[in-house]
Design a protein around this ligand. Sequence first.
Ligand code: XBP
Ligand code: MG
Length: 255
Amino acid sequence: MSIEALIFDVDGTMADTEEAHRVAFNLAFERYRLGWVWERPEYRELLKITGGKERMASYIDTLAVSPAERRRLSTMVADIHAEKTRFYSSFVADGAVPLRDGVERLLREALEAGCKLAIASTTTAVNIDVLLHATLGPRGLDMFNAIACGDQVRAKKPAPDIYELALRGLGLPAEHVVAFEDSPNGLRAAAAAGLRTVVTPTFWTEGGDFSAAALLLPSLGDPTQPLPGEPGGRLESAAWLGFAELARRLSDRAS
Ligand code: XBP
Ligand code: MG
């Protein structure tokens, strides 16, 4: 079956964003004088909860505070998250978060081949808008036929809802679409929506269960950033994943 669209996750997949998210969370915590600091090891664990607001709510549940204080903190989550998003989106607007190797190349190769593009992300729409503008230019958003993100769905990854919303936006069945992810939660969400998935983990997600991935690579690679040991390991025709090889490999798998 031919590939008619690619659906990309954003955080960790299109760009390695989680350090910027982590710094933004800590600045918002400081602004609200909460005394919370999420260091890298703790944040790596906290990332198992998708959604910044859900992540903060889960963290509050672990705090040794009175029920009244827990309730007070819970009522602040939305405001703290809005402040965090202001910090994060300003970092991204300043160019602090580049696209990962090969992402822009594969996006453009897919469009040139007549393939549609979509996004299925847990982060907020403003974060996606700023990232696409900062990295792909003022027309960056126009490259995508559908953008499913944030609170558009109640059940976040690993639930399939955000991918099902993106598929509806594309008007395509899952069999004709390939997903790109970086995390076990994201892979589970895409697989539950019936999508074959290419996984490119980051520091924040490496070592996860990616057994359901159709293809597992350290990154998509680029002519200027060739993948070590390729072609010949997981790739056949080049040391980076080109759209032609992706279409050939994953169309074969579907038949
Ligand atoms: C990313 C997330 C998001 C980001 C932070 O998951 O879970 O919560 O960590 O962004 P995925 P927000 O890559 O699977 O979409 O604070 O805006 O949620
Ligand atoms: Mg991700």
